[in-house]
Design a protein around this ligand. Sequence first.
Ligand SMILES: C[S@@+](CC[C@H](N)C(=O)[O-])C[C@H]1O[C@@H](n2cnc3c(N)ncnc32)[C@H](O)[C@@H]1O
Ligand code: SF4
Length: 296
Amino acid sequence: MYPLEYIQPVFRPPSEWKSLILQVTNGCSWNRCTFCDMYTEEDKKFRPKKIELISKELQQIKKSGLPVNRIFLADGDAMMLPFKRLKEILELIRDVFPNNIRVSSYCLPRNLTNKTVEQLKELKDLGLKILYVGCESGDDEVLKLIDKGETYQSSLTALVNIKQAGLKSSVMILNGLGGPKLSKQHAINSAKLMNEGQPDYLSTLVVSFPLGEERFAANFKGDFRQLTQPELFNEMEILLSHLELDKTIFRSDHASNYLVLKGTLGQDKAALLAKVRQALNTPSSITLRQEWQRGL
Ligand SMILES: C[S@@+](CC[C@H](N)C(=O)[O-])C[C@H]1O[C@@H](n2cnc3c(N)ncnc32)[C@H](O)[C@@H]1O
Ligand code: SF4
């Protein structure tokens, strides 16, 4: 929709479908999570974009006259940029579009370790409103096996700092990430992390391997296989039943999911659990996404 030249592929959270995607960096500076093939192509080597080019692109969009209400800073971890550069980018956005643009970005927990809560507040005042945090799991054993470079504690610290700065957090947890052996502890510790962090949004995706699972399975030394549908529902049942959230919008509607779940937690916990148990006990009585309807 917006006439910019992107280095493809470009990924964004499903809820940012209306946003202007502003590629302030290319790729992901970490690029080691064993489940993630999103930025492994040669063209996607990590590189911050020059500020002059970002400014030019913003002017180009302004000139096009297309409406801009939301901007998503791409690619995979734009928040790795230092505070000074992020501030510069947000000031540029504000100068070109002075009408209160809502800015968002993906954010690894460690992207925040070199930024104070005061600095995050400053970024919030300049328009940054929501950070999408790929926690993936709250279980340290799983986090190590997937080479996320994060722990339960580092993820929690980031969620707490985001909240303290008045920013919103949207967390992703991956269903099936520990295989059958670690399924239970993955679900319980992910719920525990969410209970302590109380994110504003929580979404679950089913871990999928469009390019094959060899790279992912290697660290498990023979102990990994993808969960079957009932095993995925069972893991979801454990996760949901351990979640004690005050007011979190919960979505399990990403294209990778077989069972679509949406609600607000805690108020909808019983209804969501009933739906998962129905999928588990009488799958023929419920609409499930077919394999061909799924994707990443
Ligand atoms: C484009 S990535 C960027 C996330 C950000 N770099 C982070 O780690 O917080 C967005 C999310 O897509 C999801 N994702 C990536 N690869 C996936 C896979 N193979 N299966 C399911 N979800 C995947 C993960 O939840 C990941 O956090
Ligand atoms: S999940 Fe995030 S941090 Fe990990 S490789 Fe993918 S984009 Fe990078």
